[in-house]
Ligand binder design. Structure first.
Ligand code: CA
Length: 255
């Protein structure tokens, strides 16, 4: 069918290894881990939904598909919603409005060709983006990525960061692991917040010293190690903070 790109089987994905030996390779291999993104596909037409879900799964996403608005509202909060406008029980706008009233989950509205007028309404009811059928998997993945990044930045700016079992509230400066609050010193919090501002990215020691300790004094490097050790212990998951030898640190929380 014309609505999807020819989907080629991908080479098996290399799983990340938390152990120190494979860190360098893992950093290079992981620009964006789609496997940690749970998509909710709301689409009533099997002929569209099935190849789309299949294509997205091949891209590594975790996909749950439902066919009605009612079912969409019953699913535990996904990371992103692909929402068809024309649904059998209700319309996509109502579902979008309802979802938006209770969460900031990114929503991409999907409509049939020629419904250009809906674009404005879709964005007004809180959709983050809008796509017109038919579209290719690649274009969709690019949009998903862009929307995920934008909403991630928006949430960070609002002060709440959630990465799998780790939650940070930068306004109240509280941290939770698996729902349980942990007690951090101010510098430990600043360090964790800096790493959490871009999970998976390596943050250099120079930048950490500058942003957390407002210094570039090389001798303070040991200070970082002391705080990292304490942070690893308090988080209860030492592997979450990875040391990238000669470069810096990165936060890697399995989601
Ligand atoms: Ca439909």
């Amino acid at each position: 069918m014309e609505s999807t790109d020819p989907v080629r089987p991908k080479a098996p994905r290399t799983r990340r290894t938390a152990g120190g030996l494979h860190v360098a390779r893992a950093v290079a291999a992981r620009s964006w881990d789609t496997g940690s993104v749970r998509l909710l596909l709301v689409e009533d037409e099997d002929a569209i939904a099935e190849p789309l879900a299949e294509g997205l799964r091949r891209e590594g996403f975790v996909v749950e598909r439902v066919a009605t608005g009612k079912a969409a509202l019953e699913v535990a909060e996904p990371d992103l919603v692909l929402l068809d406008l024309g649904l059998p029980d209700t319309d996509g706008f109502s579902v979008c409005r309802e979802l938006r009233s209770r969460s900031s989950v990114p929503i991409i509205m999907v409509t049939a060709k020629g419904e250009e007028v809906d674009r404005v309404v879709g964005l007004e009811v809180g959709a983050d983006d809008y796509m017109v059928k038919p579209f290719g998997i690649r274009e969709l993945v690019a949009r998903i990525r862009a929307v995920t990044r934008r909403t991630g930045e928006r949430r960070a700016a609002q002060g709440a960061v959630r990465i799998g079992p780790l939650e940070l509230d930068t306004r109240s400066r509280r941290v939770f692991v698996e729902g349980a609050e942990i007690d951090l010193t101010p510098k430990e919090f600043d360090l964790l917040a800096l790493l959490a501002s871009d999970p998976g990215a390596v943050v250099s020691r120079a930048r950490i010293l500058q942003e957390v300790w407002q210094t570039t004094w090389f001798g303070s490097a040991k200070t970082i190690d002391v705080h990292v050790a304490a942070l690893r212990r308090k988080l209860g998951h030492p592997s979450w903070i990875e040391t990238v030898r000669g470069v810096g640190l990165r936060l890697h929380v399995p989601t």
